[in-house]
Design a protein around this ligand. Structure first.
Ligand SMILES: NC(=O)c1ccc[n+]([C@@H]2O[C@H](COP(=O)([O-])OP(=O)(O)OC[C@H]3O[C@@H](n4cnc5c(N)ncnc54)[C@H](OP(=O)(O)O)[C@@H]3O)[C@@H](O)[C@H]2O)c1
Length: 357
């Protein structure tokens, strides 16, 4: 299976390392022998139709900061989208930065892949939240699959778990913690009694929050993940404008500590239900509730009409974690191409794109 890798940062490099580490397991257990024939970063691209030596590519990236270092294959003016379109490959792994306003460059990369009949595996939330149905339609039109487990929950299979919960049952609603940074900040305020600004500073020092953390702390990142989840689980056809969003910026340590004394906790909860629609807001929950997790984790509760509530908890981000979701998706695609469609998401995408017809 020939792969093109767009984005060679935290996730892209972790994915390359995972392919190397799992090489034998992939071949023996799944019969998968992946060959990366193209890698792109913001500086350019590296192409080798016989398969790129990933160890060398990682070393070059570390030393020069670029995949297309001088004197190596890949220098040129061709755009990344053109490279994706022209390369002989089966799957695009899209891991470029998320842009919530335009979806670029991920959107153009995915479009080029679909138009040249390549499957797409992505963890990029931007294009999915802006053009969920258009992307699925494009995939279906070209007879290929689109998978995006890593876009919500990092390595924790929130979307697949939700699909499993809804099979043969009625999913009534979901609620959960979709942003680990906010949860880390609230936990620090609660456990150390520090004000919001100090807890945020701690999150930045620990590498959880960006230099500009507004997308996390103002609730926008949770809202985007909620939109993707709600559409994927067919609970709503809403877009980001339909989400009522308030973040955690205004929460004082007094409020947090007062709530703690009452045996409860404040968490940034994203929810979708028939009564309230899509909402992201700080919410007081009981400390014993499974959703009341600590640290930079994610937790999502799925409320089902017949089987009741179920909760999935795990790490919501991280390079190796998210790379494992990309690989899981790749194996799903592989299984489906080989006619082994009895896997979870073969059902999940039915009627949207690439599902069994
Ligand atoms: N990190 C996580 O824990 C996590 C979890 C879930 C989802 N995600 C999503 O995964 C994606 C990647 O995240 P990341 O943490 O790996 O980001 P990152 O470390 O910033 O890496 C982004 C990569 O994309 C490359 N890039 C930027 N613009 C490009 C362009 N126009 N064409 C080709 N490549 C381009 C960058 O090039 P340079 O190397 O030259 O800068 C870099 O290699 C994002 O969409 C993010 O939201 C990340």
């Amino acid at each position: 299976m020939r792969l093109v890798l767009a984005g060679f940062g935290v996730v892209g490099q972790s994915f390359a390392r995972l392919l190397m580490a799992q090489e034998k397991e992939l071949a023996l257990t799944y019969g998968l022998v992946p060959q990366v024939v193209g890698i792109m970063d913001s500086s350019g691209w590296l192409v080798d139709e016989h398969g790129i030596d990933l160890k060398k590519a990682l070393k070059a990236k570390k030393e020069s900061g670029k995949v297309a270092a001088k004197g190596r294959k890949g220098e040129g003016r061709k755009s990344a989208a053109d490279v994706i379109r022209d390369l002989e490959a089966e799957v695009l792994i899209e891991a470029t930065p998320t842009n919530f306003k335009t979806g670029e460059p991920g959107f153009s990369h995915m479009k080029a892949a679909f138009e040249s009949r390549k499957h797409v595996v992505t963890c990029n939330k931007g294009p999915l939240s802006l053009a969920y149905y258009a992307l699925h339609e494009l995939a279906r039109h070209n007879g290929v699959q689109l998978r995006f487990s890593g876009a919500v929950g990092g390595g924790t299979p929130v979307l697949d778990f939700g699909k499993t919960c809804s099979m043969g049952d009625q999913l009534i609603g979901i609620r959960g913690i979709l942003n680990g940074t906010c949860n880390y900040i609230l936990t620090r305020m609660e456990q150390h009694g520090v004000p919001f600004a100090e807890a945020l500073d701690g999150a930045q020092k620990a590498g959880y929050a960006e230099a500009d953390p507004s997308l996390d702390i103002d609730g926008y990142d949770s809202a985007v993940k909620l939109v993707i989840t709600a559409n994927h689980l067919q609970l709503s056809k809403a877009g980001i404008k339909d989400v009522k969003v308030s973040g955690i910026r205004g929460i004082s340590s007094e409020e947090v500590l007062k709530t703690k004394k009452q045996g409860r906790a404040i968490r940034l909860i994203a929810s979708v239900s028939a009564e309230r629609g899509l909402v992201v807001e700080p919410t007081v929950i009981e400390r014993e509730h499974p959703l009341c997790i600590t640290g930079a984790n994610n937790a999502v509760e799925f409320e089902c009409e017949y089987s009741g509530p179920k909760v999935i908890i795990g790490k919501g981000a991280g390079g190796p974690e998210t790379a494992s979701s990309l690989l899981r998706d790749l194996l799903e695609i592989r299984g489906k191409i080989n006619g082994q469609a009895a896997t979870l998401s073969a059902y999940s995408m039915s009627g949207i794109s690439g599902g069994p017809s």
